[in-house]
Write a protein that binds this ligand. Structure first.
Ligand code: MTE
Ligand code: MO
Length: 217
């Protein structure tokens, strides 16, 4: 094919292509930013401490974690057994229903997927109730717990999780509002039917997805 059959390239065409590229980049970036902050949220630094006003003292030595309900194999972990599991680190944004969001928090611990491999949930298991040492509880759909960024975590930004943030071990479900991330985690019950936890029984949403603003009801 000779050159005369190729579409002409003029200076103007080239410039238009550059503009188009720039606009694409710009709008892409803006919508990316919009997508990162869920509706009704504002950005804050760090993690404000929120709980029922009672922070249980649970030493690593005293900590024991159990899993029950619709599972194939029970799990009981003391601290040493928990720490001997494969370890995962994630960097995630946190969204609290009280409207703060905190970007780029690094958490380390055992992935929920690893736990699922061990306990082998029954085919009819669809929801999980998390229970904590302060009497708190929260319900989470199993499919949301099966994400790669869901952890049973013991560290935040490189340091052991402090007592106020739920140490020694808390659940981390970054894609749902932070009330689903039970601090001072003690037990998980695998269930067929959904049941409300502490806040869910008091008007909070059964699922709590921040981008859909599933805050209450
Ligand atoms: N055990 C327990 N876990 C809990 C709570 C609680 O009261 N008890 N509060 C929840 C709520 S409402 C929020 S916003 C987060 C706050 O976690 P932080 O104090 O580490 O920021 O913990 C969640 N997990
Ligand atoms: Mo919260």
């Amino acid at each position: 094919m000779s050159d005369e059959f190729l579409p002409p390239t003029s200076k103007l065409t080239a410039t238009k292509e550059i503009w188009a590229d720039q606009r694409r980049g710009e709008s892409g970036e803006k919508s990316e930013r919009k997508r990162r902050l869920p509706p009704g949220q504002h950005q804050t630094q760090g993690l404000p401490v929120l709980d029922l006003g009672m922070q249980p003292v649970v030493s690593q030595q005293d900590w024991q974690f159990t899993v029950g309900g619709l599972i194939g194999a029970p799990v009981t972990w003391d601290w040493a057994t928990f720490m001997a599991q494969p370890q995962t680190t994630v960097t995630v944004d946190i969204h609290c229903v009280t409207t703060w969001s905190s970007y780029d928090n690094e958490f380390s611990g055992v992935s929920f997927r690893h736990l699922l491999d061990l306990i082998q949930p029954a085919p009819n298991a669809r929801f999980v109730m998390a229970r904590s040492f302060d009497g708190y509880s929260t319900n989470v759909p199993l499919e949301w717990l099966a994400d790669h960024d869901v952890l049973l975590c013991h560290s935040w930004n490189g340091a052991p999780l402090s007592r106020e943030h739920g140490g020694p071990v808390r659940l981390l479900v970054p894609k749902l509002y932070f009330w689903k991330s039970a601090k001072w985690l003690r037990h998980l019950t695998f269930m067929e039917k959904d049941q409300p936890g502490f806040w869910e029984a008091r008007g909070y949403h059964m699922r709590g997805e921040p981008f859909l603003e599933e805050r209450y009801g």
